[in-house]
Design a binder for this molecule. Sequence first.
Ligand code: FE2
Ligand code: FE2
Length: 184
Amino acid sequence: MAQKAKEQRKKKVIEVLNKARSMELHAIGQYMNQHYNLDDLDFGDMAAKVKLIAIDEMRHAEMFAERIKELGGEPTAEPAAKAQRGQEVKAVFSFDANLEDNTIDTYNQFLQVCRENGDSTSVKIFEAVIDEEQVHYNYFDNVNSHIEKLGETYLAQIAGTPSASGLQTQGFVARQGGGGAPGA
Ligand SMILES: [Fe+2]
Ligand SMILES: [Fe+2]
């Protein structure tokens, strides 16, 4: 009986972790698409930052998946929604601020489910992720309000800025010493 109740609690936690994972997969696809578009439109600084935020969402998707596996579940590969393509620059930042705002609200509810079902490790994961979503929200919301107040004047300042993120990611191939690494 107690065993069954424990399994039920675990199931509820896995369910919210998987819903969160599918939301992350949606955000990854959406932000990657925006990153290429912003880069293509020559808004380099925005492109670089949106790329870094997409990478944060990839970390979140992995954090949720690792916890799901620990609990004996199967991480979903389905995004919560399809990424919108070809958004106008002016639409991107209000869209993203809204997405982060909804994510924060939903994750707070998911955190509550983890707490009610006695999983303090998953509570901590949600707490850490929510803090990062808040930083994302702040960035998107700031840019959105600059665009709303200053419009083209603001966008003109961003046009032509470099898109380098400054991030030295070491992928699998580079770690193996391949892929044209110096001295290889
Ligand atoms: Fe995230
Ligand atoms: Fe986010």
